[in-house]
Design a protein around this ligand. Structure first.
Ligand code: GRG
Length: 297
């Protein structure tokens, strides 16, 4: 079993790999200077780099070295960053702060923030095509990422979220469905893409998908709890901002204690999904999901 400190060392090392790549990922071609500045502003702001780390880690679980999957993993962070920029826009959540600094449209302007998001989303697919791996594996992962991020995944979840916001109170099952798409789809997709890029067997790919799905639910519950209990400095966004936006959250629906119980149940589910998979990489993934929930304990 991995200690928390060793798990954090691996997490930091992988996040650093991602950040080094992010620093130069727009430098290989000409990009309009103000647009490039806006894209880099959000991309290089402090983030946990969870999705690319998950992709690198499930690839490692399946025996694929980080450098072969790094462009793809970074592309997933670009998609995540675009979603944060657009989520903060006045037509959506209208948030002034993100990742501890003014949100993109506050630092630049609304039109530039829209374009920075569009640029990051589109350029992500350019980068995915640069993964030095067999074309059929890359194609399968690109398809998976499009499904996870697009109208059947994150974007669809965002629309459900808007439809439900301010409307009649929704129940636990509806809340779970919104979050499975809005937040969970990209986290699950990141896990599945690592396995696809590594050419994993169907059984391992399914195990990793189940891990990613449970990770996504636990992540959202932890995020909701932190939203309720942390201060602005910890979150980099206003305290209770989701609840303040009229959104239903786990603590609002079932209370803090029950939310924690539900979160830990998902941690167990994620860990159980990897049953039968041994070694340091499986241990890392089990420790990671535990650590992620522990933040909200
Ligand atoms: C606008 C298409 C579109 C989608 C928006 C990601 C998203 C969907 C909305 C963000 C709103 C939000 C706070 C959701 C809760 C969970 C979440 C995605 C938190 C941010 O992810 P972290 O904590 O962020 O991994 P960092 O900054 O660490 O990368």
């Amino acid at each position: 079993m991995l200690t928390v400190e060793s798990m954090k060392d691996v997490l930091r090392a992988r996040a650093r790999l991602v950040e080094n790549f992010l620093a130069t990922c727009l430098d290989d071609r000409e990009v309009q200077p103000r647009l490039k500045e806006a894209m880099r502003y959000s991309l290089l702001a402090e983030g946990k780099r969870l999705r690319p780390v998950l992709c690198l880690s499930t690839a490692a679980l399946c025996g694929l070295a980080a450098e072969r999957v790094l462009p793809f993993a970074v592309a997933i962070e670009m998609i995540h960053t675009y979603s944060l920029i657009h989520d903060d826009l006045p037509g959506m959540d209208d948030d002034d702060l993100r990742r501890g600094r003014p949100s993109n449209h506050k630092a630049f302007d609304v039109a530039t923030a829209i374009l920075a998001g569009d640029g990051l989303l589109t350029d992500a697919f350019l980068l995915m095509g640069r993964a030095p791996l067999p074309a059929e594996r890359v194609l399968a992962a690109v398809r998976e990422m499009a499904l996870s991020a697009g109208s059947s995944g994150m974007v669809g979840g965002q629309e459900w979220d808007m439809v439900y916001t301010g409307g009649p109170q929704i129940g636990l099952e509806q809340l779970r469905q919104v979050h499975a798409l809005k937040t969970g789809a990209l986290l699950r997709g990141a896990c599945v893409c690592g396995a696809l890029l590594a050419g994993a067997s169907d059984a391992v790919r399914e195990a990793v998908a189940a891990y990613g799905a449970a990770f996504g639910v636990a992540f959202q519950i932890a995020d909701d709890i932190l939203d309720e209990t942390s201060d602005t400095a910890t979150l980099g966004k206003p305290v209770g901002s989701d609840a303040a936006h009229g959104k239903m959250t786990y603590p609002r629906l079932v209370g803090l204690e029950k939310s924690r119980e539900l979160g830990w149940r998902q941690v167990e589910k994620a860990q159980a999904a990897l049953q039968g998979l041994d070694g340091a990489e499986a241990d890392f993934l089990r420790a990671l999901v535990h650590y992620m929930m522990q933040r909200a304990a």
